[in-house]
Ligand binder design. Structure first.
Ligand SMILES: C[S@@+](CC[C@H](N)C(=O)[O-])C[C@H]1O[C@@H](n2cnc3c(N)ncnc32)[C@H](O)[C@@H]1O
Length: 266
């Protein structure tokens, strides 16, 4: 199982769903009574669901370290998304965010979602091949795009599922009702938030790139540059980011498209 740090999840999800919840409208949150968020990680989406629904909202994940963080905010249960520890029809909405892209057999997880849901199943999945970054540090744009391409080459699951999730729903026997697009736009500009400062520090220390070391090493096989070279360039870029922050000149915009697919079980 691919593991994520709590820092990585908190930073990548910062501000997500704070600007607009329009793409969540077909989850029908107002009328739900029990919601399960599978692969909830630190509970970033689980908290949004709990804030917007009268339902009892439960987060489930296979990584107990992440559940500790989620559990500070919402009820949690440890479990594997492919063998959920719940009886049939336990929830009226089973949802995940950025889980399917990390699974070797995402359709099998959707079948399991359909087993424990009596009504709706939803998946909120990014298309990581369509991420865009603008930055006042020129080499950040180039380096992030090289790292992204290398990661996409080295990763063993389909991290660019995007709008192909519909086909998976159909394979799992779930009738698709709608797909809506949400673009998570993350802006970094002065005055810098705590998260922005931590994110810059993680770039300069190499921690941000180390999160994906396995996939990057695999993606660099038979390529001219090595992981250590990439990491060195990345850390230099991180130091430039910190210098610009100190001068109050650093600005960055990242856009990640997510597709929200909602289906109904029979
Ligand atoms: C990219 S993170 C997304 C976390 C959270 N949904 C969010 O959007 O911030 C993927 C999550 O899926 C969890 N995960 C991966 N495989 C799993 C499995 N088979 N069963 C349950 N959780 C799993 C990981 O531990 C991680 O928390």
């Amino acid at each position: 199982m691919r593991r994520f740090s709590a820092d990585y999840l908190e930073q990548t999800r910062e501000g997500m769903w704070a600007d607009s919840r329009e793409a969540l409208v077909d989850l029908d949150l107002d009328s739900r009574s029990r919601i399960l968020d599978v692969g909830c990680g630190t509970g970033e989406l689980t908290r949004v669901l709990a804030a917007d629904s009268p339902a009892e909202v439960v987060g489930c994940d296979a990584d107990p370290r992440l559940l500790e963080v989620a559990h500070e905010h919402v009820p949690t249960v440890a479990g594997d998304g492919l063998r959920l520890p719940f009886v049939d029809d336990s929830f009226d909405l089973v949802v995940c965010q950025a889980l399917l892209i990390n699974l070797p057999d995402p359709a099998a997880a959707l079948q399991e979602f359909a087993r424990v849901s009596s009504d709706l199943v939803a998946a909120i999945e990014p298309n990581n091949a369509a991420v865009s970054v603008d930055s006042t540090v020129d080499r950040e744009v180039d380096l992030e795009s090289r790292v992204r391409e290398t990661y996409l080459r080295g990763v063993e699951t389909d991290v660019a599922l995007g709008d192909r999730v519909e086909t998976l729903f159909e394979a799992a026997g779930i009738e698709v009702e709608s797909t809506r697009r949400y673009t998570h736009e993350k802006r970094t500009d002065p005055p810098y938030s705590e998260t922005a400062l931590r994110s810059a520090a993680r770039k300069a220390s190499g921690a941000a790139i180390a999160d994906h070391e396995t996939e990057l090493r695999r993606g660099l096989k038979n390529q001219e540059s090595s992981y250590d070279e990439l990491r060195r360039e990345w850390r230099e870029m991180g130091r430039s980011v910190i210098e610009e922050i100190q001068r109050g000149q650093y600005e960055r915009i990242e856009r990640v498209p997510f597709d929200v697919t909602v289906g109904r079980v029979d």
